[in-house]
Design a protein around this ligand. Structure first.
Ligand SMILES: Nc1ncnc2c1ncn2[C@@H]1O[C@H](COP(=O)(O)OP(=O)(O)O)[C@@H](O)[C@H]1O
Ligand SMILES: [Mg+2]
Length: 275
């Protein structure tokens, strides 16, 4: 379908909710307690005590490396190690190549239960197609929407991770907020973390006006401006650095193939320039 060829799969993919946003093709599935997979819309029909959980399964876009599934899983593991809030993720084996990345939906916490979700771009009516908000704006929006300094620090931590892991596809639809039962909004878990190029090789969201050669000083200045102590900033940077230092282990365990050299060199170069 991506190559414009006709396929019999169109109806099935439409039913699986293929257009759930983002750039990559994806499907919504229910994973039963026994591990069985069903179309997401069959979940409510369950009735056999095997209600299951709702997950999103992602497939490679035409310009993705073949091991994009393992790559996103390796990034999710490193993010968790850096104390970044992430939904549960796993690799679903493929018959024809590396596994597909799957993530448990954080906006569907239990069968039949749905949480309101709004992206950063939605909240600010900011364009996702061009760099329209920087990390200063993201942190300000996070405080205004959540009234939570813990969430501001979590957003800051995500920024440090995105800089040091070279995740430059960090536009305004890559961050979101969730509403709880009492109407309080909180920062949603992080998602779509991977090694990536932003527009012209720069981050969509700049740090202190810098989109490419982001250094420790830029990050420290931004943290200070948002009331995060120098000690906390240093701790966050240390957490992210030590999580990313385990890249070779995660690459091995998730089965990274063609991306190994590109990502290893990319991580080295951003770490060096960061100082
Ligand atoms: N675990 C999750 N729970 C709920 N919604 C999610 C989750 N992961 C991603 N999303 C939503 O799905 C959209 C597409 O997912 P994303 O991983 O960004 O795909 P892509 O790589 O195609 O950009 C996201 O913008 C977000 O709104
Ligand atoms: Mg995305």
């Amino acid at each position: 379908m991506l190559l414009g060829e006709e396929t019999e799969l169109e109806a099935l993919l439409a039913r699986l909710g293929g257009g759930s946003g983002g750039a990559r093709p994806k499907v919504h599935v229910a994973i039963g307690v026994d591990g069985s997979l069903r179309a997401g819309d069959e979940l409510a029909v369950g009735g056999d005590g095997n209600a299951g959980e709702e997950w999103i399964v992602k497939f490679a876009a035409t310009n993705d490396p073949a091991d994009i599934g393992p790559l996103e899983e390796a990034y999710a593991r490193m993010a968790r190690a850096a104390h970044i809030d992430m939904a549960e993720t796993k690799l679903i084996p493929s018959a024809s190549g590396p596994g597909h990345f799957a993530t448990k939906r954080f906006d569907r916490p239990a069968p039949g239960k749905r949480l309101h979700m709004v992206s950063l771009g939605g909240a600010l009516e900011a364009s996702p197609h061009m760099p329209s908000v920087d990390y200063d704006g993201f942190l300000k929006a996070t405080l205004a929407i959540t009234h939570s300094m813990a969430d501001v620090e979590q957003a800051f931590r995500r920024m440090v991770f995105n800089v040091l892991s070279r995740n430059r596809d960090d536009h305004v639809r890559q961050h979101a907020y969730l509403m709880d039962d009492r109407g309080n909004w909180r920062l949603a878990p992080a998602f779509d973390l991977t090694f990536s190029n932003g527009p012209g090789g720069e981050h969509y969201m700049a740090v202190q006006g810098e989109g490419r050669t982001i250094t420790r000083e830029h990050v420290e200045k931004l943290g200070k401006g948002h009331g995060i102590s120098a000690k906390r900033v240093a701790a966050v940077i240390d957490d992210v650095r030590s999580a990313l230092a385990d890249w070779p282990m995660h690459a091995r365990e998730t089965g990274i193939g063609v991306s190994l050299t590109t990502v290893s060199e990319g991580l080295d170069s951003v770490t060096r320039q960061f100082g």
